[in-house]
Ligand binder design. Structure first.
Ligand code: ADP
Ligand code: MG
Length: 398
């Protein structure tokens, strides 16, 4: 789960991190009110969408112009003007895809006097099972180019999980960022606050780009992007409250209600599978036979009839789906339960595209029998190869 920049900053502030003053706004009037609370003479109007690259992004609508999703305003009136240009319009950045994202919220922030822009992120490094700080002196809007062209300018500093965060980690980061004097002290303190927030809140990624040194020589968090580990959300109701559903794919929201792992893809074959490994191999074999999967949907090990029905509805709601492949290996999950779920779903939502079902494992005969006797137009398959060939042939009209 991701949150907005302004939410991430409020969270970091609660851990003591230095962030600028600011307030969120949903209307031009709120933006004006927020600007009036700040001292000026520089204000920043920032589009709040779950994607980075806003500064270099472009709005689709001419009125908002080519000026991007982060704009510097010199007066309260200008804040209001920018806000009315940005709100409701669609911002396209490197991370949004061509369709862009509609801007429904803004963050009005105190303008900073920037001396240096640095890069900092914290992530879980799976290769060695440790939390890692990744940093660079080359922060700002082109970190991807730095990673590609001058990777030696990006430093990774791991934290020993047994020892936890210690000041020497902060000093290493400060050295990598070429900080001096009091800034080193500030860095050691800030990294400790960030590490605490990261681990206590079960974050999976925290990116501060840029982390700045102000003209007065102080470290400041200027941008913040945070992602949380979904499997740990149950212990953070305060974080779940920050979820902005308008930023998420509707089908993925529906899937999460039923605890289904669902990811929308670009192809034409909807897949309902149990287990991530089986989902991957199902997608591979569809590709092998010349088609593309429309989604990755894993109903999990112990799915109920309701879960299968929900999964089926999500798949059929996607207009790109020209055929459905149900590929289930019954272990804990019984094949007859799957069969009943499929039938219940088809009865409820109808079946407008070919459906191939391949069942194997616990109660497979019972499952096949239920499907055969249902009177539904289900194409049975014997094994994965057979199933893939049948569904690909069906969507290709062969
Ligand atoms: P994004 O990464 O989505 O482009 P950022 O928040 O990093 O958005 O903003 C882009 C750039 O805008 C920053 O690198 C910085 O130069 C400038 N900027 C952002 N916030 C402020 C601020 N409060 N004061 C001054 N400049 C800012
Ligand atoms: Mg940024």
């Amino acid at each position: 789960m991701n949150i907005h920049e302004y939410q991430a900053k409020a969270l970091l502030k609660s851990y003591g991190a230095p962030v600028a003053e600011g307030a969120a706004a949903m209307t031009p009037a709120e933006a004006e009110a927020a600007a009036k609370m700040l001292p000026g003479p520089l204000w920043v109007v920032k589009a709040q969408i779950h994607a980075g690259g806003r500064g270099k992004g472009k709005f689709k609508e001419a009125e908002a112009g080519e000026k991007g999703g982060v704009r510097l305003a010199r007066s309260v009136a200008e804040v209001r003007e920018f806000a009315s240009q940005m709100l409701g319009n669609t911002l396209v950045t490197k991370q949004t895809g061509d369709q862009g994202k509609q801007v429904n919220r803004l963050y009005i922030e105190d303008g900073a006097d920037i001396a240096r822009e640095l890069y900092l992120s914290v992530l879980v490094d799976r290769a060695n099972g440790r939390v890692a700080f990744v940093c660079s002196t080359e922060g700002g809007m082109d970190i991807e180019a730095v990673a590609e062209e001058t990777p030696e300018k990006i430093h990774t500093i791991h934290v020993d999980p047994a020892a936890g965060y210690a000041p020497y980690v902060g000093r290493k980061i400060a050295a990598a960022l070429k900080l001096e004097g009091d800034q080193v002290k500030q860095c050691v303190k800030l990294m400790g606050q960030i590490y605490k927030a990261f681990t206590e809140k079960d974050m999976s990624l925290l990116e501060i780009n840029p982390l700045i040194v102000t003209a007065q020589g102080n470290l400041h968090v200027l941008d913040a992007k945070v992602g949380f580990d979904n499997n740990a959300l149950y212990r953070h109701p305060d974080i779940v409250d920050l979820r902005d559903l308008s930023e998420e794919d509707e089908k993925e929201i529906e899937a999460s209600k039923y605890d289904l792992a669902y990811i929308a893809l670009d192809g034409t074959i909807g897949c309902m599978v149990n287990g991530a490994g089986l989902a991957m191999s199902t997608m591979d074999i569809i590709k092998l036979y010349g088609a593309e999967p429309a989604n990755f949907l894993d109903v999990g090990g112990g799915a109920s009839k309701e879960k299968v029905t929900a999964a089926f509805k999500i798949i059929t709601a996607d207009p790109n789906v020209k055929g459905i492949l149900v590929n289930i290996f019954g272990g804990i999950m019984k094949c007859d339960v799957i069969a009943e779920g499929v039938i219940a779903a088809v009865k409820e939502v109808g079946l407008k595209v070919p459906l191939v079902v391949r069942l194997e494992g616990t109660n497979v005969e019972k499952g096949k029998q239920i499907l055969a006797q249902s009177g539904l137009d289900v194409i049975p398959a014997d094994d994965l190869d057979d199933a893939a060939q049948k569904i690909v042939a069906a969507v290709q009209g062969k």
